[in-house]
Design a binder for this molecule. Structure first.
Ligand SMILES: *[C@@H]1O[C@H](CO)[C@@H](O)[C@H](O)[C@H]1NC(C)=O
Length: 247
């Protein structure tokens, strides 16, 4: 009977562990926990390109964004747009530059990454919008190359119990985004001439437009990163990656 119970416990435990073996397990009290988590992230990173089905991590390269709705008014900017079937290539080449953690009675993190290049394709539908004096209304498909990208994401997570198991979920996240250079092309189906002059303007001085769009880019990046992080964190029991000290 005793043996059977031990056996049962082992079976249940073996089934309960969902993360692949290369996932890190760091000690909460480790004075060098940032280093441990960084090493773990590097190990996981190698598998991110194609996704990690065991823990529901979607493929990062290409990274798919089914729908984004943008609606914003700011100086020099009025934009109302729907972006569909977005795909970004190159996301798995990110380099982690810095990680700061604070796990004293909370889960706070700051992550800085750089990305040499992101190639984006997406369908857009833009109405009632302008950037500076540029008419940017229309509908079609956009291709863009963005290079020299730096993203700093800063956020808090909270433990959330699901069927008796604790997972982390990001509560609040803000991001800072810098883009070194950009180049776009479009296939416009409704107003090709207006679109072509907007594209020509953009490509002649991308940083002028990117600066105006920056608050929108940062807000959108934060929403996309938060959704991606929560999808990952929602499949990883905290106890499998952050171990308490043995009593
Ligand atoms: C983006 O880069 C790719 C590969 O270097 C190139 O083929 C493509 O024409 C570029 N697209 C734009 C919009 O510049």
């Amino acid at each position: 009977m005793k043996v059977f119970i031990v056996f049962l416990f082992c079976v249940v435990y073996a089934q309960a562990k969902v993360t692949p073996d290369y996932f890190p397990a760091c000690k909460r009290s480790d004075p060098q926990i940032e280093k441990c988590v960084l090493n773990g992230l590097e190990a996981v990173k190698a598998h991110l390109k194609d996704g990690i089905p065991e823990v529901n991590i979607p493929a990062l390269d290409p990274f798919t964004v089914p729908t984004l709705k943008l609606d914003r008014t700011a100086p020099n900017l009025r934009i109302k747009a729907t972006v569909k079937h977005g795909k970004a290539y190159g996301g798995s080449d990110f380099k982690i530059e810095k990680l700061k953690l604070n796990l004293n009675n909370k889960y706070a993190a700051e992550l800085k990454i750089t990305l040499p290049k992101l190639m984006v394709v997406a369908n857009y539908d833009v109405k009632g919008s302008r950037i500076l004096a540029l008419d940017i209304n229309g509908k079609g498909r956009l291709r863009g190359n963005f290079t020299g990208i730096t993203v700093v994401a800063k956020g808090f997570a909270k433990p959330v119990a699901k069927e008796g198991v604790d997972y982390l979920q990001v509560d609040k996240l803000v991001s800072k985004v810098k883009i070194g250079h950009a180049q776009i092309e479009i296939d416009e189906s409704e107003r090709p001439l207006a679109a072509q002059s907007a594209v020509t303007f953009f490509n002649a001085s991308p940083n002028v437009i990117l600066d105006i769009l920056n608050p929108l880019i940062e807000e959108t990046a934060a929403a996309v990163i938060k959704a991606f992080a929560n999808k990952i964190l929602g499949s990883i029991p905290i106890s499998e990656v952050l171990v308490e000290d043995a009593a």
